[in-house]
Write a protein that binds this ligand. Structure first.
Ligand SMILES: [Zn+2]
Length: 137
């Protein structure tokens, strides 16, 4: 290898949320869940129902997210396949288009729209403040 080059030995590091969960807890949760993804029902080692080119690999996910106070004990853990796990983490799969989303929001009741607004304001507080300031100028 040339200077400055490096070899990536582990292309897929373990997701951060799996750190801190012991091998024993992991094995216990997988066994309790029957080695089946608790979101889509895919079975470990079998072709994935959504993407048959991929063999199902199971991960351990939190039922109540750690950021919401969920713990690492088995009662708060569940088996998730890599596809659902990716979906849960970055929502790449089944993400609605902007247009579809706006149509849904426009058709919703006022109370529903206010719920969406509350959620968006909580998530995008700084951006929202910036937009309101620009309007006032
Ligand atoms: Zn799944």
């Amino acid at each position: 290898m040339k200077p400055g080059e490096y070899l990536l030995l582990e292309p897929k590091p373990l997701p951060a949320f799996e750190r801190g969960i012991s091998k024993e807890t992991r094995a216990f949760v997988l066994d309790r869940n029957g080695f089946t993804c608790q979101m889509c029902g895919a079975v470990a080692g079998e072709a994935h129902p959504y993407d048959p080119s991929r063999k199902t690999r199971l991960h351990i996910g939190h039922i109540v997210d750690k950021s919401m106070g969920g713990g690492d004990d088995p009662s708060n853990l569940k088996a998730l396949c890599s596809i659902c796990n990716e979906g849960a983490r970055n929502l790449t799969h089944d993400r609605p288009s902007h247009q579809k989303l706006l149509i849904q929001v426009r058709r919703a009741t006022g109370a529903g729209q206010l719920e969406v607004l509350k959620w968006l304001l909580a998530k995008y507080r700084e951006q929202a403040a910036g937009m309101l300031n620009n309007q006032e100028r």
